[in-house]
Design a protein around this ligand. Structure first.
Ligand code: TYC
Length: 102
């Protein structure tokens, strides 16, 4: 009995092996119209960056076309994308925020 129970639990463990959560990068895309200061504010407000780090990331996006704001689980990444997109829309800026599996 004990043996059977033991071997069953091994099989169960094999079948349901815990996978590490998939991670998603949240990225900002460059455009010609969103003010630099607005992007810095977004990075501070939604990604908890200080002004210096936010400025560095904003300039990277401005120069390279895109940049990573952070890496999150799928739900958190989707929420960030929604919050940033709706904040940009509210302020009538075309700022694009997307997520991409790592
Ligand atoms: N390119 C914009 C400008 O010159 C600034 C900008 C930076 C816009 C990053 C979007 O994700 C962005 N005003």
């Amino acid at each position: 009995m004990a043996t059977r129970k033991h071997s069953e639990s091994i099989l169960e463990a094999e079948r349901t092996k815990v996978q590490p959560p998939r991670l998603y990068k949240v990225m900002l895309l460059n455009d010609d119209f969103t003010p630099m200061d607005f992007v810095v504010t977004v990075l501070q407000r939604f990604f908890s960056m200080d002004r210096e780090q936010a400025t560095r990331v904003m300039l990277e996006v401005h120069r390279n076309g895109q940049g990573v704001c952070g890496v999150f689980s799928r739900d958190v990444a989707a929420t960030k994308v929604e919050q940033v997109s709706s904040f940009a829309r509210e302020h009538q800026h075309p700022l694009a925020c997307v997520m991409e599996e790592e």
